[in-house]
Structures are given as C-alpha cells and as structure tokens.
Design a protein around this ligand. Structure first.
Ligand code: SF4
Ligand code: SF4
Length: 424
C-alpha cells in the first residue's frame, strides 16, 4: 500500500515501523473472514483491512475523530488476522502504534478515563487485586456484571510447591491476577516439572508483564513494568555480582499465554532503550510457554508417568486455545498433543480460531461485543459434551467460566492430576 506519512511521525522509530507494516498490506481482504468483530458487525471499518486504512489516514495527518477511536477500541488485538494474512502484515504492532497516536488526539470522556485508570491501578498490582478480590462479596452488587461473573466464588487452595531439589532450574512468572484467581496453576506447573527433573522457582520482585498498561495506551508505564521484571530476573540469568546463589536458569516459563506473548516481545519493545535492549532480547529468547517446555522434554525422551486407573473412563476435554497462544505466539497443536499423549480424549471445537471475548480488559471495556463472543465460544466448547474445558490463559479461563457450568481449568492442572504419584 502506498503511504505518505506526516511529518509528526515520519522520522520516528514508530513511524518507520508503521510505514513498513502499512506497505506490506496489499488490501486483499483474506483477513476479513477470520476477524471476530467483522463477523459480528459486518462493517469494513471493524475489520483488519478497514482499521489498517484508518490508521494509515491517521499517520498521514488526516483528522482523527471519536469514530476512528471507536473502531480501534473495538479491535480485540486477537491477531487472528495475522494468522490469516498471506503478506505477513504485523497488525498487532501496527495497532499498538496507531492507538497511541489516537489516544493523544482524541480526549476520552471522564467515565472512560476513570475506568481505564482504575484498571491500570488494580490489575497489575497483585496485592491490590488480591485485596479487592477478598472484598469481592461486599462489592459484588456494585461491580459490572462482566466482572462479577468472572470472579471466583471462593479462593482455591493450591497443593504444596515442591522444594527446589534439581540441578536443572527454570524461573516462572507469577504475574498479577493469576496468583489470586488461580494459584494452583503455577503450583501444578512446578509439580509437573519436578517430575521431569526440573525445579521451578520464582523471583520475588517480578510482577505484571506490562501488558495491561501497554494495551491500555499507557505504553511508558507498561515498559516500566517490563524493566522491573528484567531487573528481578537478571540475577538468575547472569550471576555477575548478583545476590542470588544457585544454578542459573535455563528458561523463563510462562503459564498465561497473554503474558507469554508480551514477554517474548520485550526485546522488540525495549530495543530503543540502551540500558535494557540487550537484556530484554536475552529475556525474550529465554521465555517459553509451558507447552513448549514440556514438548521439548518429551522430544528428548524425558517422559511423565501417566497414572490414570485402567478402569476409569477416558476424560473428554474441550481445549480453548487462547488467541495469544495460537495467533500471538503461533503455537498450535502442542497442548493438544500433550493431552492426547496423556490419554485424554479431545472434543472437536468448531471455530477454534475465534476469540472468546476476554482479550485482556476488553470484556470490561466492550461488554456487549465480549458477551456475544463468549456466548458463541461457550456453545462451541460445549458442543462436544466434554467433562471439562481447559485453556492456557487465566483471562480466558475466568471469562469462559462466567458463561458455563462445566469446570474450566488450565490444561497443566489436569496433566498434574494424571501424572501425580501417590507419594509426590
Ligand atoms: S490479509 Fe493481510 S494483506 Fe490482505 S488485507 Fe488483510 S492485512 Fe492486508
Ligand atoms: S486483531 Fe482480531 S479483532 Fe482486531 S482486526 Fe485483527 S482479527 Fe479483527
């Protein structure tokens, strides 16, 4: 696509990146059929191609309106369009750049600003989020229904974390909301990896991956969260004058794909920061989704013992692959292969490429569209009559649980259960 970027952006790093992306789009429209908002609304401006055109206009200096902002706000950043695009258009990067410009040009109303600010304060801080969760029953009647449906009715009680006893060690990101909503996920991960001869440890000062702020157009704040995590992890990666003793870590394991896709992009997002660029690139290279870690171990013949009673009927699971896993990180089929090898039966899930409507804070900021996507997703996940629904991201897990009576869990939890030895 021909572009003629305006002076305000032309010679900036963002401008150059955006221009290269805009030029790679050939306007073929192959992405339209996979876009959830285009499917629901049928408006070209709510499709990837339409939004790319809107962002081109913005970057060429044409007037920016609330209508422009609305069409960009309605995008889930699910990146299904990237998977479908034959020209390799990096839509996710483009919309981050486009939204940041629009945010400066179009002032938001007071209510919208307050909501976005509150989300940036409450979600990334695990202490604030956990306190709010404990107060949940008091405030439930005052909270938006999209949020109350996703809150757990009682806090889960995780299994014990195995002691660090192996020479092979990996770090895990605890993140922000997951330790409060589902602490059992990382404990299950530690238990599974322990059986594979790997100790999983946490860096106490690591926290939110930065995605919440970054995708709410507070990019500078998001980058600061990323720098904090790099500082917290670095002593486990390079032990030069570090206070940490013990083996260096082989990998940084992420159990929420929404965080994984972000940490894998630290290198790109911080490449302009002379103090952090090299470290960020190294962190991104070390970052692995838990499914990648287990697949690599299996490929080296490091297997898990499967302990399902022979008489037990096969558990049937519906797997919801989060957009951040299948489109963002382009990891497809790995979780399914692990679950099949552990003896589970997998139900067929129609339209498995479509977003569930959770999309970070989308369910709170665009509740109507989010609810329609949830209804469709639950219908397709329930259609194979599974015993349980499993997924790979805490945001999708909580959101889908708000729409179904079938238990929704992280897939690593069911793998933990079927590989659990009586004495472990
Ligand atoms: S499929 Fe790719 S090249 Fe075609 S219109 Fe969509 S983004 Fe552009
Ligand atoms: S990221 Fe998702 S919602 Fe946004 S344009 Fe692409 S397919 Fe549509």
């Amino acid at each position: 696509m021909q572009t003629n970027l305006a002076d305000f952006i032309k010679n900036t790093p963002e401008g150059q990146e955006a221009e290269a992306i805009l030029r790679s789009c050939v306007h073929c429209g192959f992405c339209l059929a996979t876009c959830p908002t285009y499917q629901l609304l049928g408006d070209e401006l709510d499709s990837p191609r339409g939004r790319i055109y809107l962002m081109k206009q913005v970057m060429e200096g044409q007037p920016v309106t609330q209508k422009t902002q609305l069409h960009l706000d309605r995008c889930l950043t699910c990146r299904a369009c990237e998977t479908a695009c034959p020209s390799g258009v990096q839509y996710g990067r483009l919309i981050d750049i486009g939204r940041a410009i629009v945010e400066k040009e179009v002032p938001r109303g007071v209510a919208d600003r307050v909501t976005r600010y509150a989300l940036r304060r409450a979600l990334p801080d695990s202490r604030v989020f956990s306190s709010l969760l404990k107060l949940g029953p008091l405030f439930r009647p005052l909270l938006p229904s999209a949020l109350t449906k996703s809150l757990p009715k009682s806090l889960p009680n995780p299994n014990p974390w195995p002691p660090a006893r192996h020479a092979r060690t990996m770090l895990v990101l605890d993140g922000c909301v997951q330790p409060s909503l589902a602490p059992g996920i990382n404990t299950a991960t530690a238990r599974v990896l322990d059986r594979l001869g790997i100790s999983l440890i946490k860096a106490t000062d690591a926290g939110c991956c930065g995605a919440v702020s970054y995708h709410l157009n507070a990019q500078k704040e998001g980058l600061d969260y990323m720098r904090c995590n790099i500082d917290a992890w670095w002593p486990y990666i390079e032990q030069i004058d570090a206070p940490v003793t013990g083996p260096l870590v082989e990998a940084i394991v992420i159990t929420a794909s929404g965080c994984g896709v972000t940490v894998k992009e630290y290198g790109h997002l911080l490449k302009g920061d002379p103090l952090y660029a090299d470290k960020a690139a190294r962190i991104s290279a070390l970052t692995k989704d838990i499914s990648e870690v287990i697949t690599a171990e299996f490929s080296h013949d490091n297997k898990l013992p499967i302990h399902s009673p022979p008489s037990a009927p096969k558990q049937k699971l519906s797997f919801h692959s989060p957009c951040t896993l299948q489109h963002g990180m382009q990891i497809r089929g790995t979780v399914e292969a692990i679950l099949l090898s552990a003896g589970f039966e997998l139900a067929l899930v129609p339209d498995s490429h479509l977003c569930c409507g959770s999309a970070g804070t989308y369910s709170l900021l665009q509740p109507d569209l989010s609810h329609q996507l949830l209804t469709n997703k639950v219908k397709s996940l329930e259609s194979g009559q599974p015993n349980q629904i499993v997924t790979a991201n805490i945001g999708c897990l909580s959101h889908i649980q708000g729409g179904t009576q079938i238990p929704v869990r992280h897939w690593i939890e069911v793998l933990d259960e079927c590989t659990h030895l009586p004495h472990s």
